[in-house]
Design a binder for this molecule. Structure first.
Ligand SMILES: Nc1ncnc2c1ncn2[C@@H]1O[C@H](COP(=O)(O)OP(=O)(O)OP(=O)(O)O)[C@@H](O)[C@H]1O
Length: 593
């Protein structure tokens, strides 16, 4: 479908909802605040396509930032359906990616911030070594430097503007620790992950011309999941949008804020809605879930909200499962009873998700599903293909091309080549570089068609034939070549982990694979049926959550995020007599109208 027709169709879909339509048509600063499943992302992507088609004239474009790579990839997929692809007119990525590729990369050599032209992102080991040097020089005590750094790191994320008096007034020793650490990195031509938005902020604040250059290129800034983005993004927004003249379109839901550890603060989003130069639009309908699941979710949150299901939508279905013992026995119930029952009821495996708190719990479910011969795909840190890694996803797409995708261009070779160019050279490559890269990629892929190689052998060849030459010429400052080594280790035939390439590419018999995901990775996604695993009184909340009121509130929001993912069915699994107190509240609320 042409992008024009796709946009017209998307606009028509929102027509029946006046708030969504008003947000899409808005030409001033606009914040959309709403609950789960209310179409925030749908509204944002439609607004972005509309702005590119109607408000912003080529060669100008728009930028869209979000919390992590997973969300950025999800946004890219949704925007691609509207004909918007990343490129010169559309930046789609994380705040860190924006800072690095749109501010630090192009302008660092023009301003005195202490980075050489060939700067690089520090490895974890390099960053740890710099912490130790700074600790010795500034504090020189007897405690663990890395434990002390945790406090410093918190201050670094919170006190973004160091020209304000609180930078030195609130704990000057930590300020010196941070500055010495950063000087140690700069001495080696390095920057770290947290440096990215901080340096970009400093460059934009101190150099009005950079602000103007950004406004010329991106007159509108879109922000998804604003509640999770923390102080650095917030300060960047204040600078770029409220001082720098860029128009802001942001969406978020403070009830779904689950990244306090990374510096998120739901209050920042609320503070924008109090500004008189911002139009705040609230969405009321939940298009995703049935009424019973919506009521249950309010019990999970422990607060009332005015959210409604759409008229005529089915109620949805809730069920509670007790297992006689601990987590292993709960995983067994999922594999032996719940999933087979859902499939019998007509749910497709690809539309069923099992959600849990940590990847370690995912291991238990994975073992149980493997024993029961239920195909699954993991989207947590122990996943074979990390959803948050663009390189891992590129490798998976190559496998899809090699195992049949080449026949019907799903994915197309052009798409793979453009991904490879971005991974190796950032956005731009010379004609010669593009030709060389294409020749290497094509030779590798052609040799992969109808190959008898298993995934492990195929990955080893990919490492030799693509990564070795590519890592020599790469210009992208955020490289993840080690992801392929991790995949090779995770498919080691000696440990019985290897699988066919078709299986790795997701081309297996049946209607897809059950999704296993942490609650954090399930954010922003939806499934027909969701099974919440391990909702025991010792885990929701855990002792650690109970240490502070803020920790307890965040754990509860995490529970809420899980409960709001299903469209039609929600199962909660816990140990007999040991269910979380929030499960009881959820049940009681689901029974009330
Ligand atoms: N106006 C609409 N008409 C029909 N379906 C809609 C409409 N708006 C949104 N939807 C559907 O509702 C579902 C939820 O939308 P979306 O993911 O954009 O919500 P969200 O508010 O971003 O959710 P969350 O915060 O829970 O991630 C999607 O399936 C979307 O297609």
């Amino acid at each position: 479908m042409s992008s024009e027709r796709a946009l017209l169709q998307a606009l028509a879909e929102l027509k029946a909802n006046p708030e969504q339509s008003a947000a899409v048509a808005e030409t001033r600063h606009c914040i959309v605040l709403a609950g789960p499943g209310s179409g925030k992302t749908k509204t944002l992507t439609t607004a972005m396509a509309r702005v590119l088609a109607q408000d912003v004239v080529e060669p100008r474009g728009v930028a869209c930032v979000t919390y992590n790579n997973e969300c950025a990839i999800e946004l890219e997929t949704r925007l691609a359906r509207l004909g918007v692809v990343p490129g010169d007119r559309a930046f789609i990525g994380t705040v860190h990616g924006f800072a690095l590729s749109q501010v630090i990369g192009p302008y660092a050599r023009c301003v005195p911030i202490g980075l050489p032209a060939n700067f690089r992102v520090a490895t974890r080991l390099e960053a740890r070594a710099a912490v130790e040097v700074a600790y010795r020089n500034v504090i020189n005590g007897t405690d663990n430097p890395h434990q002390r750094w945790e406090f410093a790191s918190e201050k670094r994320k919170r006190d973004v503007d160091r020209s304000r008096p609180e930078w030195l007034r609130r704990n000057p020793e930590l300020a010196a620790f941070i500055e010495t650490y950063e000087a140690e990195l700069r001495r080696q031509g390095l920057l770290d992950f947290d440096d990215m938005p901080l340096l970009a902020y400093r460059m934009i604040k101190e150099n009005v011309w950079i602000r103007e250059a950004l406004r010329a290129r991106f007159p509108v800034l879109f922000v998804d999941e604003y509640q999770d983005l923390g102080h650095a993004l917030h300060e960047l927004v204040l600078l770029l949008c409220f001082e720098g003249g860029i128009r802001l379109f942001a969406v978020g839901d403070a009830d779904q804020s689950i990244y306090a550890l990374a510096g998120a603060n739901p209050e920042l989003l609320e503070s924008l809605t109090r500004r008189t130069d911002v139009r705040t639009i609230k969405l009321r309908f939940n298009y995703r879930s049935g009424g019973k699941i919506i009521r249950a979710s309010l019990g999970a949150l422990g607060e009332e909200r005015d959210y409604r299901g759409v008229d005529g939508a089915p109620e949805g279905d809730l069920s509670f499962w007790e297992a006689p013992y601990g987590l292993d026995s709960q995983a067994q119930v999922i594999a032996d009873t719940i999933i087979p029952k859902l499939i019998e009821q007509g749910f497709e495996p690809g539309q069923i998700a099992v959600l849990y708190r940590t990847a370690k719990l995912g291991n238990k479910v994975a073992v149980a599903l493997k024993d029961a011969d239920i195909p699954f795909v993991r989207t947590d840190t122990n996943a074979l293909v990390k959803r948050s890694s663009r390189f891992a996803r590129f490798i998976e797409e190559c496998a899809r091309w090699a195992t049949g995708g080449w026949r019907d261009a799903d994915p197309s070779y052009a798409r793979l080549l453009s991904q490879a160019i971005t991974l190796v050279f950032g956005r731009h490559a010379s004609e010669r570089e593009e030709q060389d890269l294409s020749a290497q990629l094509m030779a590798f892929l052609n040799a992969s068609i109808e190959t008898a190689e298993t995934t492990n052998a195929w990955l080893q060849r990919l490492s030799r034939e693509l990564i070795t030459p590519w890592s020599d010429v790469a210009r992208n400052s955020e490289q993840e070549w080690q992801v392929c080594d991790e995949m090779i280790a995770n498919t080691d035939p000696a440990c019985d982990l290897d699988l066919s390439l078709a299986h790795f590419a997701g081309r297996i018999e049946g209607a897809g694979r059950v999704n296993l995901s942490t609650l954090h990775s399930a954010k922003g996604r939806e499934f027909d049926a969701v099974i919440m695993y391990g909702v025991n009184n010792t885990d929701f909340p855990s002792d650690r959550d109970k240490r502070t009121p803020a920790g307890l509130r965040e754990a509860r929001r995490l529970f809420y995020v899980g409960v709001t993912r299903p469209k039609k069915h929600l199962s909660l699994v816990f140990q007999e007599q040991h269910f979380s107190p929030w499960v009881l509240e959820l049940y009681q609320r689901s029974q009330k109208q």
